[in-house]
Write a protein that binds this ligand. Structure first.
Ligand SMILES: Nc1ncnc2c1ncn2[C@@H]1O[C@H](COP(=O)(O)OP(=O)(O)O)[C@@H](O)[C@H]1O
Ligand SMILES: C[C@@](O)(CCOP(=O)(O)O)CC(=O)O
Ligand SMILES: [Mg+2]
Length: 410
């Protein structure tokens, strides 16, 4: 069946514990959010490839004749990649981004900045997946439009949600995986094997945006729910208590790529100092997992919350030691602590977002006052439910009208 129009979405994430340490092979606990990125793909006959990214004010359109000469560079890599793709066993090969191809694409889009600005990274991630999937056949003419409820570059995994949507939609268009939505369905998900493929292609998109991602963000975007992630191994945590979490965005812009590289430099400079810090973060993730599991098998007590709060405080100090804190994040922690509530940065830090654990007994007036104090600092706050579904295909009727209106503009 040919794909004429396709609507997919993927959730953002919050990391409870283990950001950065997870890049160095330590455990992370992460959970999907009910804030999603939506992508609409339309196959066209215009002879053009258009990509519309209103969140980052980026709108690009190429003639297929401009793109065609680039296909030759991808063909060698493709021979190897497609055979591995079909075998599905050699996942490492699929996941390795080819540096030479990225250099060629960077030159094509005129990206000069070593760290790449946000629009270049998003365009490169699209082109990389597009060429790898289509260079060996006819390049398809299409329009891709993306809109996200997530703030971009704020620690909530917008890059991964974007990459997961790109991977799912382009894999469907190339017919490597089927479109799961049946006529009577509102939303549908792919089988486990197809999800693994989406996840591995999304990892490539993340690699272009981040440089050296752990893979935890694209795993949450693909599978949703709460996950334990360790060195590429994904374990869904099905028995977890319902946690109330407040998200606050300091609105200080930062780049995950730069922050991940900053910690790498520190690790190289002070290995014997930084390694124990990362080991301690690993222990925090394990201890948190244990407490969360106890909270589902025993009556929940104040002591469980006390431990969760202490772990948040210790980890926030560690993240400052790693060099990924920011004065606004320190201020945010002080403001919430004044109301007796504990916070830590989430994601790459350096600004961006923090999570605050709300205790069940915390009165709604206390939360409201605290939110006002945070807003007075210039921050955005929202209490969101966690554990939203992973990547999905939608019928247009199931997507909020305001989101469809944005996507339908293109
Ligand atoms: N909705 C979107 N549209 C276009 N690009 C996006 C979108 N969401 C994320 N991106 C890409 O991801 C980058 C942000 O990734 P990153 O620095 O990892 O922050 P985070 O993942 O925490 O939001 C953006 O600069 C952009 O290149
Ligand atoms: C810092 C890190 O642990 C999480 C980054 O998340 P985000 O891009 O800031 O949402 C990096 C990674 O795991 O790839
Ligand atoms: Mg990211």
């Amino acid at each position: 069946m040919s794909v004429e129009e396709l609507l997919v979405s993927a959730p953002g994430k919050a990391i409870l514990h283990g950001e950065h340490a997870v890049v160095h092979g330590k455990v992370a606990l992460a959970v999907s959010l009910n804030l999603r990125t939506y992508l609409r793909l339309k196959a066209t006959t215009t002879g053009k490839v258009s990509i519309n990214l209103p969140n980052i004010d980026t709108f690009v359109c190429w003639d297929l004749s401009e793109l065609q000469p680039l296909t030759q560079y991808f063909l060698d890599v493709l021979c190897c990649l497609f055979s591995n793709l079909l075998l599905l066993g050699k996942r490492d090969e699929i996941q390795r981004v080819d540096g030479e191809l990225v250099r060629i694409l960077r030159k094509f889009v005129g990206a000069t900045n070593e760290n790449l600005d946000s629009c270049d990274m998003a365009i490169l991630a699209f082109l990389y997946i597009y060429f790898l999937l289509f260079a060996s056949s006819e390049l398809p003419s299409l329009t891709v439009s993306v809109w996200s409820e997530l703030p971009t570059g704020a620690g909530l995994g917008s890059s991964a949600a974007y990459s997961v949507c790109l991977a799912a939609a382009l894999l469907c268009l190339s017919r490597v995986i089927p479109t799961p939505l049946k006529e009577c369905d509102h939303t549908a998900r792919w089988c486990q094997e197809d999800l693994e493929l989406i996840n591995s292609w999304a990892f490539q998109g993340e690699t272009i945006v981040h440089g050296n991602p752990s893979g935890v963000d694209n795993a949450v975007g693909t599978w949703g729910g709460m996950l334990r992630f360790l060195a590429g191994k994904i374990i869904p945590l099905n028995r977890v208590p319902l946690l109330r979490i407040l998200l606050t965005n300091t609105k200080v812009p930062r780049s995950t790529k730069v922050l991940v590289a900053r910690l790498k430099d520190k690790m190289n400079k002070f290995p014997s100092i930084m390694t124990p810090v990362l080991d301690s973060v690993n222990a925090i993730s394990c201890q948190c997992e244990k407490v969360l599991s106890e909270m589902t098998s025993q009556p929940i007590t104040g002591e469980h919350y006390n431990i969760l709060e202490e772990l948040i405080d210790i980890n926030q100090h560690h993240l400052n030691v790693m060099g990924v804190g920011h004065p606004t994040l320190d201020m945010l922690c002080r403001v919430t602590l004044a109301k007796g509530l504990h916070s830590k940065l989430t994601g790459a830090g350096g600004g961006g977002c923090a999570i605050t654990l709300l205790r069940p007994e915390t009165h709604s007036m206390v939360v409201q006052n605290m939110v006002q104090d945070l807003k007075d600092c210039g921050f955005d706050c929202w209490e969101t439910s966690i554990g939203g579904p992973g990547v999905q295909q939608h019928s247009p009727l199931t997507v909020k009208q305001e989101i469809m209106e944005i996507l339908n503009q293109y």
